[in-house]
Design a protein around this ligand. Structure first.
Ligand SMILES: [Zn+2]
Length: 245
């Protein structure tokens, strides 16, 4: 298992996580008895036994603010096997393969393997997306106001990373999920925003920009950060669009 873990890290160091699928070190443990024992070590040792469960819980608790690192919006309530344990039994209890996740993301991902390097899901421990904003939003002049989200690939990203981020965004349905959250958030903020608008559009815009900068300090690519930058940048919203219901 230690050899397999070293192989895992080598693939990650080469920035080709899709190569994990064919790593001979990781594909060991396929014989029936080995597979059963390894999966049992997860189900009964890590999940089902008190000492193991403490380790399981500590990995879940490592997610900042208890937030699912796959979607950035769900609540962590399980561990996801980045490489499915049914295909890679040696990775069943390998810490680097155990990622905190919400149930929604865990079910969305399932046990299917990516068909190509461009569709390899992001690995929260290993993929580095840089320190720029890549999640952006646009306000739609609907009644009431709504917001859509999209990925803006960074200039420094290789094309394969840009494709993977887009695939991740699409496969976890993040435009829809963030849009739902943003809609509820706007409904709850409407009264406060209307109060600021009564003082003038520039007052409202400045306040929205303050909120955007504040969220950006917490998480540059949180949906809330993208939402507030979009609201502050929307002439339609700050000139009264928010009042349409
Ligand atoms: Zn999630």
């Amino acid at each position: 298992m230690q050899t397999a873990e070293a192989g895992y890290l080598r693939c990650a160091g080469g920035a080709d996580l899709h190569a994990l699928h064919t790593s001979p070190d990781l594909l060991k443990g396929q014989e029936h008895d080995d597979r059963e024992a390894l999966i049992r070590a997860y189900d009964q040792g890590l999940v089902g036994r008190k000492a193991g469960r403490a380790l399981y819980d500590s990995i879940m608790a490592a997610a900042p603010h208890g937030e699912c690192p796959l979607c950035g919006t769900g609540e962590v309530d399980t561990l996801d096997h980045y490489l499915p344990k049914t295909v890679f039994p040696l990775c069943a209890i390998m810490p680097i393969n155990l990622v905190p996740a919400c149930m929604h993301c865990n079910h969305s991902k399932g046990a299917a393997l990516a068909a190509s390097p461009d569709t390899q899901p992001l690995h929260p421990y290993l993929d580095q997306l840089g320190s720029e904003r890549w999640l952006v939003a646009d306000v739609r002049p609907t009644v009431p106001a709504s917001v859509c989200f999209r990925v803006q690939a960074q200039a420094g990203w290789p094309p394969s990373l840009a494709a993977r981020v887009q695939h991740h965004f699409d496969s976890y349905n993040l435009d829809y999920r963030y849009g739902q959250k943003a809609g509820r958030h706007l409904a709850g903020s409407r009264r406060d925003h209307a109060r600021l608008l009564a003082l003038g559009p520039d007052i409202l815009r400045d306040a929205l920009m303050e909120d955007a900068e504040s969220w950006a300090r917490t998480d540059l690519n949180a949906w809330e950060t993208a939402l507030y930058f979009a609201l502050a940048g929307s002439d339609w919203y700050v000139n009264g669009g928010l009042l349409h219901t």
